[in-house]
Design a protein around this ligand. Structure first.
Ligand code: AMP
Ligand code: ZN
Length: 467
């Protein structure tokens, strides 16, 4: 598989440390607000990458962090503590807020068919290990104490900026949303490993450490969680493009200084989702969530389809009009597939040809738009029978994750009649503009793992796994 590697700034053949095994790390969400569909575009790209690697035959082990305390979201000791702000606003404890938005994040992932990584670890669960890393960095002379905080000294490294390729434009965008840069350090780019002197006196979460009572900086959580769960050699590290600097740059600095060798060979970065030429972000006030999509009557998978039609390294401009077009195309696709009759004998070589084409598209720096073109070519191909087509579509969907084939295709759900009656009732409610009642039916069925998909030809249902 060929992938663009931010570290070498070029497309390269992907070769993991251990043949056939891929260790993959993903920067997870901050959980003091809902994820927006920009964040989720990045998670969709990473999900497709994981599934494509598995499709190629790799065994993928993947870990992700949950940034569950607001003050871990920057190097800065200024501004306000996002987690405490959110807790006060919603009259909940910090941990309640974290749990609420973590659950909401995974609900969104589920709606978008984003698989949960094998290991999910909260930033707050690994404090002892961060302390161990920081102690080693102090011992090795990479870290220093100033104003009660422990900093990493970037001048100790010759190639600190290797991930950014010294591109100033990439280096100014990296501070996590709504936070300011810290000024109490030797060099401007030095970053905090541990805070003991904090203006956040009212925060709930602090830990004892050899450096004093306090809390870790933002970047150390990913280094800690990755090394702890995936070992000293990481194959692919993923994130949105805004994470290149300083977050991933700092992860490399502290991880390699701690380990004493190169840490991760491939860096995968997904481009942003924009709204009117600006990155979708909370601070821009232009965010759209999965709930918004649902409220506007969209199937969340239409958004996944829209993302797959663009390349992960290209900016995707979001408009509701373009989502509407994607939804139309997606539902048309589902309908076309639902009309295929599962008949004929298995066409071995045709299966292999199409499968090869599909993999070739994915191997070309994860070209999902071309992979979808292979699917459309297959649908058009009259020389392939329904049985072989459905087998291929089922197979492609392992990567695409578009619920292309209802799990009950060819057989009726045991409660089919009841479901159809409810679908009819919902249509009546919609006709009468009783949207709350109509949504009630959708939600009732969703709770039973039955997802409704509205198409021009009427509503069909798909089955989803329920927890
Ligand atoms: P955060 O919770 O802010 O750390 O963001 C979670 C992930 O979403 C990170 O990998 C970010 O790089 C990514 N991200 C943030 N904004 C966008 C956007 N507008 N489009 C795509 N990805 C984004
Ligand atoms: Zn990270």
């Amino acid at each position: 598989m060929e992938l663009y590697n931010t570290l070498t700034h070029k497309i390269e053949e992907f070769i993991p440390h251990t043949p056939e095994v891929v260790k993959m790390y993903t920067c997870g969400p901050t959980v003091y607000h809902y994820a927006h569909i920009g964040n989720l575009r990045t998670y969709i790209s990473e999900d497709v990458l994981e599934k494509a690697l598995k499709y190629m035959g790799y065994y993928v082990q993947r870990a992700m962090n949950i940034t569950d305390v607001g003050h871990l979201t920057s190097d800065s000791d200024s501004g306000t503590d996002k987690m405490v702000d959110s807790a006060q606003k919603e009259q909940k404890t910090v941990l309640e807020i974290a749990k609420f938005y973590t659950d909401a994040f995974f609900d969104d992932c589920k709606a978008l068919n984003i698989r949960k990584p094998d290991v999910i670890s909260k930033a707050t669960e690994n404090i002892d290990f961060y302390i161990e890393i920081i102690l080693t960095l102090l011992q090795k002379g990479y870290a220093y104490e100033s104003n009660g905080n422990i900093y990493f000294d970037i001048t100790k490294l010759e190639d600190y900026y290797k991930l950014t390729n010294h591109k100033a434009d990439e280096m100014v965008v990296g501070v996590r949303e709504g936070v300011e840069e810290d000024t109490g350090k030797r060099n401007q780019a030095d970053f905090v490993l541990w805070f003991t002197k904090s203006k956040f006196e009212d925060q709930e979460l602090k830990w004892n450490s050899p450096f004093g009572v306090g809390y870790p900086g933002w970047h150390i959580e990913c280094t800690g969680i990755s090394i702890k769960n995936l070992g000293e050699f990481l194959d692919i590290h993923c994130g949105g493009i805004d994470n290149i600097f300083p977050h991933h740059t700092n992860e490399i600095a502290q991880s390699e200084s701690y380990l004493g060798h190169k840490w991760c060979n491939y860096w995968f970065h997904a481009q942003h989702l924009n709204v009117k030429d600006a990155k979708m972000s909370k601070s821009q006030g232009n965010i759209i969530t999965v709930s918004t999509l649902k409220e506007e009557g969209f199937n969340p998978l239409s958004y996944r389809y829209m993302c797959l039609n663009s390349h992960y390294r290209k900016i995707l401009e979001f408009t509701f009009d373009s989502l509407k077009s994607s939804e139309t195309a997606y539902l048309k696709l589902l309908n076309r597939i639902s009309m295929i009759k599962e008949e004929g004998d298995f066409q071995d070589s045709a299966f292999n040809d199409y499968n090869e084409k599909f993999m070739t598209a994915l191997k070309d720096d994860l070209n999902t738009a071309n992979a979808l073109t292979v699917l459309y070519d297959l649908l058009k191909d009259e020389t392939i029978n329904g049985y072989t087509k459905l087998k291929l579509i089922r197979s492609f969907d392992k990567v695409l994750g578009l619920d292309l084939i209802s799990k009950f295709a060819g057989e009726l759900h045991p409660q089919h009649d009841e479901i159809m009656a409810l679908i009819e009732k919902r249509a009546e409610f919609k006709e009468e503009h009783k949207f709350t009642e109509a949504d009630g039916i959708r939600n009732e069925l969703a709770a039973r793992g039955i997802e409704l998909v509205d198409t021009r030809e009427g509503t069909i249902y798909n089955l989803k796994e329920v927890d």
